[in-house]
Structures are given as C-alpha cells and as structure tokens.
Design a protein around this ligand. Sequence first.
Ligand code: RIB
Length: 334
Amino acid sequence: MTTIREVAVQAGVSVATVSRALSGNGRVSARTRELVREVAVELGYQPDDVAQSLVGGGTRTLAMVVPDITNPFFPELVAGVQQVADARRHALWLLQSGDDPARAAGLLLELRRRRVSGVVLVGGTLPADQVRDALREVPLVTVDRVVPLADVPVVTSDHREGGRLAGRHLLGLGHERIAHVGGPAHLDVSAARRQGLDDAMQEAGTELDPDLVVDGDFLEESGYHAVTDLLARRKDFSAVVAANDLMAIGALRALDEAGRAVPEEVSVVGYDDIHLARYVRPGLTTVRQDVGELGRRAVQLLLDRPAPALTVLPVELVRRGTTAPHRGRTAGAR
Ligand code: RIB
C-alpha cells in the first residue's frame, strides 16, 4: 500500500504539505495541490484517516451536539449538516446533550480528546466560558441557539422577525386577544420570538397580555397543558402563538378536547414548519425556518475560514388551515 511519505518523496514536498494538499485544510499553492494530487493518483495512494490525524493535526471527523433528537427540528438540522460533511469527505458524529450541563461539558471534553476536526454546537445548555474551556482550540460553530463567544461564528434564524410575522398575521385577521405559549425562558430563541410578537402587538396599539403567556419546554405536552390551563382559568383569547410546532400541536389537542373549533373559534400559529406541520388537520399555519440551510451553512463556516461572525437566515410565514378571521367570540367565553 502506498504511504503518504512515498507520495511526498515522489512529489518533492513534505509529508505535511501532502496532507494539506489532499485534505483541503491549510495553505497550499494551486500548483502544488495539483502536483500532489496527480502523484497520489499515479501511486494509488488512499489517505488513511489515522495517518491523516497524525500528520494533519486532526481527523476528518466532525461532531454535532444537539439537545433533543426526539424533536423533529433537530434531525432536519442534522440532515443539512450531514449533506455538506459528506460532500467535503468528513465523517459526522452526532451527540445529544439533553438539557444537562454536566453531560454537555463531558461530551465536549471527549470530542477534544478524540481530536475531531470541528464541532457544530446548538447552544443553550452550557455557559459560553464552559464551552470554551472544554473545547479549547477545537474549531467551533454554533447554530440556532447562540453561544456568545468571540471568534466563534453563529448561524441562526431571524427569530424576532418570526415573532413579528406571527403577530402581524393574527392582528391582520382581527385577533387582539392573543395567547403565547413560549419556549424555555432561558433560551435566546424563546425570548426573541416573544419580543417579536410583542413588537407586532405594540405596532398595532395593543400589547401582549402577560396573563396570556405561559412558558413551555418545546414539547407537545407543554403546549397541551399551557392551553388547558388558560381555558381552565377562563382566560379570553381568540388566537394562540406557540414558539414551536410541537407545542402548537399540543395546543390543538387541548382546544379540540375543550370543544373549541380551530380556526372558527381559535386560530393557532406554530414555529419551525417541521414535516408534521402539513399533516395535522387542519394544516398548521407556522413560521418556517430554513432548517436544512442552517445546517449546511454551519458546516461551510466551520471548514472555510475566515467565516463571518454572524449569519442570520430569514424566516417566512406559511399560511395553512389553523388561522382565520376573528369572528367576535373568544375561547374563554361560554
Ligand atoms: O422546536 C425546537 C426549537 O428549538 C426550534 O424552534 C429551534 O429554533 C430550536 O432552538
């Protein structure tokens, strides 16, 4: 089997230059890269990942850390990451951190020990200084939920605009009593969506009633219990904005069990546009994130430095069957 050293001798360059030329990592002139690649093909050289990890200072393995693989948003995000990792000939390890800071810190430490080439991290579980302490010099990009670290690129959606779009849509349909099922309050994505909804309501001369805001955990059950609670407390609302689609689907079940027709009596808007959003009946009106593109951009920024500090992707409102003009009745009135 041809070794990297034989390629280097034949091409008249160092072993490190051969590794950089073949991996696409680091500076090599186009002429040298072409020469090395021709010699490698001529000698039938097959890069050995272990050899590369010894010579190139890192494996061709990327790692992605997400909080919850049971939430359909994250597998769609991973699919975007995988697409570019495959195209750039990197293996991808997928790890789930949960909401457990100690677990997340342990995973990041292990990734540093295993000399991965880079990490794509969904933030929100660990404080920024602990992320830096664990990963040290390992290349990092944070996606979706931000980790505020200097020299760490961020890729996310315009979540405040997403909240505004949901609010403007419902206000345009005549809804003023709008309930909000928020995401986990400590997450930047939750606060941005709630702020955007409040922005839209203030633009219309009203405001988000704190009594109609219940925080959830981004899973269906919390959306179900939030709306059940609002109905039990006989709160008047004619629309619900949920901070993600899973909680919106939970809200639909609560309204159905309470005999509230959607959208005739109560309109519902979700957020993400996961695959399921078009399969609930009626189809869920929601704010769409370009989740695949979030993932693709994250890997591109990880592998192609220098990278812009912040990339914000636009969101869009997808109108389906869970929203309709307000007909004068509210959910609490009976
Ligand atoms: O549905 C999960 C939510 O958490 C999404 O809205 C996404 O932005 C992530 O942060």
